[in-house]
Design a protein around this ligand. Structure first.
Ligand code: NAD
Length: 354
């Protein structure tokens, strides 16, 4: 079993911990937190050992038992997933190096903090045996999963993406906008294009970003000029074969992120999480070499399976992306409960037996 420590137990960290917990080859070594807030009580309730990131006194006062300091957690872990807020991972990096513990950072950190920027579908092999990896942001993850099969099958001449981004996560009461539509960032290209190029260095991509008053999901308006001329049906079938892409059938009557989240809550997903890119099947349109589509990305969830694959890659115990992805998806339930784009039930089958 791989002992995985999680440093930072917020939006991403608590989901990564719960995803580690259900993997057959991993166990949660513990989670580090700064404060004994509601998420600390959830960690305690789950049975995760709590480690104090900033001193044990606040936890003692709240009568929450701690197993040690963050140094103890790093020492006891085979791999640490750092899910602290953007920029804090950089400050933590020397701790992991000091303990010689492989570490995974998140998309809020600069790319040069880690040996490799990581997306399981696109470049798993680059991270095998590395000391550090950065799981790219939710938006970059969503674009990488889409572009990888398109590049492989048809070649990509140029990508143009407009990202309509949620203003905040549901718990981020201090963020907005609450009544506006913002070009954000105003500069073009937005930082998303260069971030996608940390995964595909030779990709020609322009991105424009906006922020809108929703906490539900991001929505991408995508135009990719391909190097060859597949039919709409061929592209639909290619994307439907990808385990982390969900093609929303027209018959479901899902017109936006609100109903998508309702669907995954109804399907019994923990926290209503949507780990897959959600592509409106009827939006997939090929005109000549130009592909158009809309996809929604659940910012709180899509990076979670990627973190699990990054743990396996850094551990060096699973050399194949396909095996790791299958194992992660099966244990977590990626695809489960959702129907295929042609209306048949979606399945996750087979066992990764490395
Ligand atoms: P968050 O604020 O929800 O959670 C971060 C947690 O880390 C909080 O519990 C905070 O108290 C704790 N923390 C702060 N300083 C710490 C320290 N020194 N040691 C230990 N814990 C500390 O943040 P988040 O949304 O989970 O984001 C974490 C990372 O994931 C960021 O890099 C972010 O850019 C990235 N990310 C976030 C999202 C998203 O939509 N929320 C999506 C993809 C990637």
């Amino acid at each position: 079993m791989l002992h995985v420590g999680i440093n930072g137990f917020g939006t991403i960290g608590k989901r990564v911990a719960d995803a580690v917990r259900v993997q057959p080859d991993m166990t949660v070594a513990g989670v580090a937190k700064r404060s004994p807030n509601f998420e600390a009580t959830i960690a305690d309730d789950r049975g995760y050992d709590l480690y104090a990131a900033d001193g044990r006194e606040p936890f003692d006062e709240a009568e929450l038992a701690t197993a040690g300091t963050v140094h103890d957690l790093i020492e006891t872990s085979d791999v640490v997933v750092d899910t602290t807020p953007g920029g804090v991972g950089e400050a933590n990096a020397p701790l992991y190096a000091e303990h010689d513990t492989p570490a995974i950072f998140q998309g809020g950190e600069d790319a040069d903090l880690a040996d490799v920027s990581f997306n399981a579908r696109a470049n798993y092999e680059k991270a095998v045996g590395a000391d550090t990896a950065r799981v790219v942001s939710c938006n970059t993850t969503g674009l990488s999963r889409l572009l990888a099969p398109l590049k492989e099958s048809y070649g990509v001449e140029k990508s143009r993406v407009t990202l309509v981004r949620r203003g905040a996560d549901p718990g981020q009461t201090g963020r907005g906008p609450i009544n506006d539509t913002l070009p954000d960032p105003v500069e073009i290209p937005s930082h998303h294009g260069p971030d996608v190029q940390t995964i595909f260095p030779d990709l020609d991509i322009d991105t424009m970003g906006m922020k809108v008053p929703t906490t539900q999901m991001h929505t991408h308006s995508v135009n990719v000029t391909l190097e060859s001329e597949p039919t709409t049906e061929e592209v639909t079938s290619l994307l439907a074969d990808e385990s982390r892409l969900f093609l929303i059938p027209e018959t479901l009557g899902i017109d936006g992120a609100g109903k998508l989240k309702e669907y995954t809550r109804d399907a019994g997903r923990p926290r209503g999480d949507v780990w897959e890119n959600c592509i409106w099947a009827e939006s997939i349109t090929v005109e000549g070499r130009d592909l158009y589509l809309f996809q929604a990305i659940h910012q709180e969830a899509d990076v979670v399976p990627e973190n699990i694959d990054a743990v396996r890659a850094l551990s060096g115990r699973t050399a194949s992306a396909e095996k790791s992805i299958r194992r992660t998806d099966e244990a977590l339930g990626v695809g489960r409960g959702l129907v295929e784009h042609d209306g048949s039930p979606q399945r996750v089958d087979g066992h990764a037996d490395d």
